[in-house]
Design a protein around this ligand. Structure first.
Ligand code: ATP
Ligand code: MG
Length: 236
């Protein structure tokens, strides 16, 4: 028996206004696995994550979470099914303090526990609970953004470009948290420009090019696959 995927896209077509960005995209994120979603700038990676999270309605196709169709559910309803997007550009509340952000992520419930989880993963956040989030360094802000998935206990996590603009040592810390999600058995779709690190973590790799899936495989296949090199090779 095959187990039910954590997240499944079937035949997704989507875009903005009259521009079609994604064409007939199929993607499966198996339960407890990490999918790396790679591809050049403008390929449609963020758009695909937005379609899953309920921020952009597809014009065709379906999205299922744990085998149930969520295509017509709101963002909040999908969050209730265990889906969490850590968006490109962080998605934190810059004017609120770190503690207030964590409270928002936790939906106002069990805030002390939320703070505890975030501070355990990222001790620096524990030291900065009263600081306005927008005044923290880029790396600290990204740690806070990742804490969204830590505190809301989502079991399907969509992470968009977590390492962008960060120093390597901070990227290590962020990836350690992502690996923690994996060890806890959560399912992930990770978009990354810096391919080497995510390949070390991923179970499956999808490459999106011009809104279509150009490659599906396992990380080991990527080393000697011409399609992979053509679309992503320069960065790994
Ligand atoms: N809100 C929007 N309105 C109109 N067009 C958009 C919007 N967001 C994205 N696009 C367009 O959709 C296409 C795909 O964008 P998307 O952000 O999904 O790409 P991406 O693969 O995430 O790229 P990057 O690696 O640069 O983040 C691009 O051509 C982009 O200009
Ligand atoms: Mg993007």
């Amino acid at each position: 028996m095959t187990s039910i995927p954590a997240l499944q896209y079937r035949g997704i077509t989507a875009g903005y206004g009259r521009t079609t960005v994604l064409r007939n995209v199929d993607l499966v994120a198996p339960a407890g696995k990490v999918v790396a979603l790679l591809g050049p700038n403008g390929a449609g990676k963020s758009t695909l994550l937005k379609v899953a999270a309920g921020l952009l309605a597809p014009t065709g196709g379906t999205v299922q979470v744990h085998g149930k169709d969520v295509t017509h559910l709101s963002e909040a309803q999908r969050a209730g099914r265990g889906l969490c997007l850590i968006p490109e550009g962080r998605g934190i509340f810059r004017q609120l303090t770190v503690r207030e952000n964590l409270a928002m992520f936790a939906g106002g419930k069990k805030v002390a526990e939320a703070v505890d989880r975030a501070a355990t993963a990222f001790p620096i956040l524990g030291d900065r609970l009263g600081q306005e989030a927008g005044t923290m360094s880029g790396g600290q802000q990204q740690m806070l953004a990742v804490s969204r998935a830590l505190v809301n206990q989502a079991d399907v996590i969509l992470a968009d470009e977590l390492s962008v603009g960060l120093a390597p040592v901070v990227v290590d810390e962020i990836f350690e948290a992502v690996d923690g999600f994996r060890r806890e058995g959560r399912s992930l779709v990770v978009v990354e420009q810096y391919v080497g690190r995510v390949l070390g973590l991923a179970d499956y790799v999808y490459i999106l090019n011009k809104g279509q899936i150009a490659f599906v495989g396992e990380p080991e296949q990527c080393r000697d696959d011409a399609v992979f090199d053509r679309y992503v090779g320069a960065t790994h």
